[in-house]
Design a protein around this ligand. Structure first.
Ligand code: MSP
Length: 510
């Protein structure tokens, strides 16, 4: 129970490191990349609101055969190709309102240095041998013979035969250590179903891992090999996380921050993060992350997204056509975070119209419009009824309730908690009929509107990490912009409410 190795005893509980995968640049950014990044962004914004000192990193994974071949097809040097493609990902981050602190490119000098020092720390577990076997270029992954079906990897990608001198990492000697670690840190891998897959994979036995390539050169040179070998792209890529923390400077500090790190990854790369990466870190004497959360995959109108089918969803277009917060909302409302989902513009349009423009938009609009009828001021000369007090208390408790969900990266659950408050506030408004109260009981009307302002304020805080622009708009309507949740006092009575604009554009009411 009280396990000293368990990750609950954090040294610096107020520090949080959050990462996205670093994306391959062989293609343009698509909705899947935007999804993983927005998920991390939501977690980051919530943590910041909670008073954490957060470091948030993302970036691009630029080495490996896959990228080298794409550059060749584009008739460019890999360097030139990477520069162009990496910029597309940087552009995406501005479009999706990412609040990252660091964008790391694996071709940067700081990363090369970091990956090489990291490699040296693994030295005791590295030996030279010959690799012969199958390799999937698309997955940048070695595929065991018994997993190959009709010449393809489990992912459906074609495999190629490879035979070359290679350095190996003694992964096999980490099997027991990893299994013990998973057991002692039950929340290390989430969601649980995915964790079970990882555990049984490791239980089935781990083979040593080939970690260098000698037949091609687009990668980071293995130290002390005169450039004969470059690192296997995954060891290079995984090291990005510590590069972002300033490694190789200050290893102790890097290690401490890693303890408070949440890696957000797609389910298909969980094995790399939950098996190889922890083994590398153990070998290097650096702390393991706090959690690796594997999210699900999006299909498009029921079909797998692929360049060859031409059905890849472009986040730039979606944001242009439907709005950013609409997209950020949809992605985390449509499916539970961790599960697979199907993207369709129809579904997005509906959610934007019903949940946002109707439910949320109307609530905000009608309450604030009423306050304008009272010349933008509320008065206090009433006691709350039981129902009013209950709704008020519920609003006050909203962020705390969301907190419990967000601690588990239950983004869907957290968002649902806010939406319940939206519905309840709409019901309350319908029942109280402020338009009638205005004629018969102005004190009661003031009480009702004060309670509703409180719930709208809580809702704005609740949606803040999901839809920052919308939340800020509401803060503006309520004059609470820039105030931390902890500072909140219900002082709606001594202020002049500004005349609100429309929260969501009319067209989306659909
Ligand atoms: N470069 C590696 C990751 C290295 S991390 C040290 C890589 N890159 S990737 O570009 O192929 O994909 C990275 C991530 O993008 C996936 O893990 C996932 O988070 C996201 N997605 C890519 N396509 C996706 C969908 N169709 N749906 C949801 N997310 C997916 O693997």
């Amino acid at each position: 129970m009280n396990n000293p190795n368990a990750k609950d005893n954090k040294k610096s509980p107020k520090t949080q490191f959050v990462t996205t995968p670093i994306y391959y640049i062989n293609g343009d950014p698509h909705i899947g990349h935007a999804y993983a990044s927005i998920a991390a962004d939501i977690i980051v914004r919530f943590k910041r609101m909670d008073g954490y000192n957060v470091h948030f990193s993302t970036g691009t994974d630029e080495h490996g055969i896959k990228v080298a071949r794409s550059a060749e097809i584009a008739n460019m040097t890999p360097t030139k190709f990477s520069d162009i493609m990496a910029q597309n990902f940087k552009n995406m981050n501005r479009i999706i309102n990412l609040s990252e602190h660091d964008f790391i490119r694996t071709t940067e000098e700081r990363h090369k240095k970091s990956a090489q020092v990291f490699w040296k720390l693994l030295k005791k577990d590295i030996y030279k041998g010959i690799y012969s076997g199958w390799y999937s270029v698309r997955d940048e992954e070695y595929v065991p013979e018994n997993e190959i079906v009709n010449g393809k990897a489990p992912s459906g990608a074609l495999v190629e035969w490879m035979e070359e001198e290679s350095y190996f990492f003694k992964l096999s000697s980490y099997q027991d250590k990893l299994l013990r670690y998973y057991e002692e840190n039950p929340d290390f891998i989430a969601p649980v179903a995915r964790k079970n897959e990882v555990v049984s994979f490791v239980k089935n036995g781990l083979k040593d891992l080939s970690i260098s390539r000698s037949k091609f050169s687009w990668g980071i040179p293995v130290p002390d090999t005169d450039g004969e070998h470059v690192m296997y792209v995954w060891i290079d890529a995984l090291a990005n996380y510590i590069t972002s923390l300033g490694f190789p400077e200050n290893k102790e500090h890097v290690s401490e921050i890693m303890e408070n790190c949440i890696h957000i990854v797609g389910k298909e790369i969980l094995r790399f993060h939950a098996v190889y990466w922890p083994a590398f870190l153990m070998s290097a004497g650096i702390s393991l992350p706090q959690r690796i959360f594997a999210h699900g995959w999006w299909t498009h109108d029921g079909q797998k997204m692929s360049k060859s089918i031409g059905n890849v969803v472009d986040p730039f277009n979606i944001v242009k056509n439907y709005g950013l917060d609409q997209l950020r909302y949809f992605l985390f409302r449509e499916v539970r975070f961790g599960e697979d989902g199907d993207f369709s513009e129809e579904a997005l349009k509906k959610r934007a119209a019903y949940d946002l423009a109707n439910d949320l938009g109307n609530l905000v609009q009608r309450v604030l419009a009423f306050i304008q009828k009272l010349e933008g001021r509320l008065i206090v000369n009433y006691d709350f009824t039981e129902r009013e007090s209950a709704l008020f208390a519920k609003s006050r408790n909203l962020v705390r309730e969301m907190h419990l969900k967000m601690e588990k990266q239950d983004l869907y659950g957290a968002l649902s908690t806010v939406l319940e408050l939206v519905s309840e506030s709409n019901r309350f408004t319908n029942d109280m009929q402020p338009w009638k109260l205005a004629k018969i009981d102005v004190a009661r009307l003031n009480a009702v509107l004060t309670v509703l302002c409180e719930s709208i304020r809580a809702i704005a805080f609740g949606i803040f990490s999901f839809m920052p622009d919308t939340a800020r708009k509401i803060f503006g309507f309520l004059n609470v912009e820039g105030k931390a949740f902890a500072e909140l006092e219900s002082n709606f009575t001594d202020q002049q409410f500004p005349i609100p604009s429309l929260l969501f554009p009319k067209e989306e009411k659909g």
